[in-house]
Design a protein around this ligand. Structure first.
Ligand code: FAD
Ligand code: PYC
Length: 416
């Protein structure tokens, strides 16, 4: 990777960006690849990076219909944690959390991973029982977590409304001190630059319009830049996975729905952790720039428009203002939506398919950003060995036949 001297950094700071060196190449697609990854979001790029770095497989292309990291990777609220209930999920997300810790060093790119802690609030006795159960399960799996009472929550977030006389009083919370946030764009760019440095071709503005098979095996993909041959095709297309599967006559157990978030004008530092409430469908953290980053629950209908309903934002902001009355005077700058694909058990699909050489990594729903490095790492193994990584094995498509679902609705960041 290119290293910059102090002088060249100074020179670049005075020049326009068109003079900056590109962080990755923009090659023409080759005729044939060992592996084509469809989808240049964080997960697809991480998969390409680990395929090259860990498994030495570099004849790889990532095909992205828009620009790298412009899908849900660009639209998420960057919360990272691993406090899931069941062994299978918590081990997968904790593997990811481990990778986050050294990711900036590994990529030589600052992904701004900040372990500022994550609170999941409880508002009634059943919430608190669920929190205790989840924290106990986490600790049995070696994942840090404590159960806090109202006063302890208030100590961590002095601006929270601790009145017990409100619609959703704060009775306590789970606290994962090692959770936090990372910079979403930097994660995509860091993995992209890393993959490119190993010779992976990153091809933007290249939409896959069909997956081509012969006698039940992959031969390549049809794209807006023509046919490209491949021995293996890995679909990492988040909210478009159902569409990709339909190209080969497969039906995934997935619903695709809009999920929204919004940011305020920048304000002085006021909240130095992440506060989430599944019950009120609202969560908030503060970016390094000062914006309050606020998120909502999913819309209750399926759709592919990258925007959500107004009433969801209204509901979220009324909950936020109840939890943080002082935020009622902050102005909101912008709102946006992404499309999240969710399985019935709120867990991902990381899997081979019945078609030889075709793989899916999807269904991360409202919570896949935190999994970006871990997902790429285990999926690369699955692609390289044509056999699931042990941490990915419980997340194969088989579970919808065997009934071994892993119900993580309770630990999902937002209700869906
Ligand atoms: P994406 O980044 O969406 O990448 C998929 C890519 O595939 C896209 O770039 C798309 O253009 C491309 N593509 C699709 N079809 C084709 C095609 N036919 N040909 C070529 N390319 C194609 N998760 C958390 O853990 N923490 C959070 O705080 C959090 N907050 C969220 C807030 C919002 C508002 C949203 C929408 C999501 C949130 N998530 C969060 C979820 C998280 O964003 C996703 O799970 C994660 O980013 C998925 O990454 P990805 O790389 O799989 O998908
Ligand atoms: O999974 O932690 C999460 C999350 C937070 C906001 C959206 N998803």
């Amino acid at each position: 990777m290119k290293k910059y001297s102090g002088f060249s950094l100074f020179k670049h700071s005075l020049s326009h960006h068109e003079n900056w060196q590109a962080a990755w190449r923009s090659p023409q697609p080759k005729k044939q690849y060992d592996v084509i990854i469809v989808g240049g979001g964080g997960h697809g790029l991480a998969t390409a990076y680990y395929l090259a770095k860990v498994h030495g497989i570099t004849n790889v292309a990532v095909l992205e219909k828009g620009y790298l990291g412009g899908g849900n990777t660009a639209r998420n609220t960057t919360i990272v944690r691993s406090n899931y209930l069941w062994d299978e999920a918590s081990k997968l997300y904790d593997h990811s959390l481990d990778l986050w810790k050294d990711l900036s060093q590994d990529l030589n790119y600052n992904v701004m991973f900040s372990q500022r802690g994550v609170l999941n609030l409880g508002h009634n006795l059943q919430d608190m029982r669920d929190i205790e159960r989840r924290v106990n399960a986490n600790r049995l799996n070696g994942i840090d977590g404590v159960v806090l009472n109202t006063a302890e929550v208030k100590e961590i977030v002095p601006v929270i409304n601790d009145s017990q006389d409100i619609r959703y009083p704060v009775l306590g919370a789970s606290w994962q001190a090692t959770g936090g946030v990372a910079r979403h764009d930097a994660v995509a760019w860091g993995f992209a630059r890393g993959a490119d440095s190993f010779g992976v071709d990153l091809i933007q503005q290249c939409e896959v319009t069909d997956i081509v098979t012969e006698e039940g095996a992959i031969v390549g993909v049809q794209t807006t830049q023509g046919f490209i041959g491949a021995n293996k095709v890995a679909c990492v297309t988040a909210g478009n996975s159902g569409v990709m599967a339909a190209m080969v006559g497969l039906r995934l157990p997935i619903e695709s729905r809009p999920l929204q978030a919004l940011v305020s004008e920048p304000v002085k530092p006021i909240i130095d952790t992440v506060v989430m409430s599944n019950a009120v469908h609202a969560y908030v953290s503060q970016s390094d720039k000062g914006d309050l980053v606020i998120g909502a629950g999913t819309d209750s209908y399926n759709g592919y428009g990258q925007r959500g309903s107004f009433h969801v934002v209204e509901h979220t902001l009324s909950a936020i203002c109840e939890l943080f009355p002082m935020f009622s005077r902050v102005r909101m700058n912008r709102a946006w939506g992404g499309v999240v694909d969710t399985c019935p058990d709120a867990c991902p699909i990381v899997s081979k398919t019945s078609i030889k050489g075709l793989y899916f990594n999807c269904g991360w729903g409202t919570g896949g950003f935190k999994a970006t490095p871990g997902s790429g790492h285990v999926f690369a193994h699955t692609l390289a060995h044509d056999e699931a990584h042990p941490l990915a094995a419980p997340f194969s498509l088989d579970r919808f036949n065997t009934g071994h679902l892993i119900d993580e609705h309770g630990a999902a960041g937002v209700a869906h």
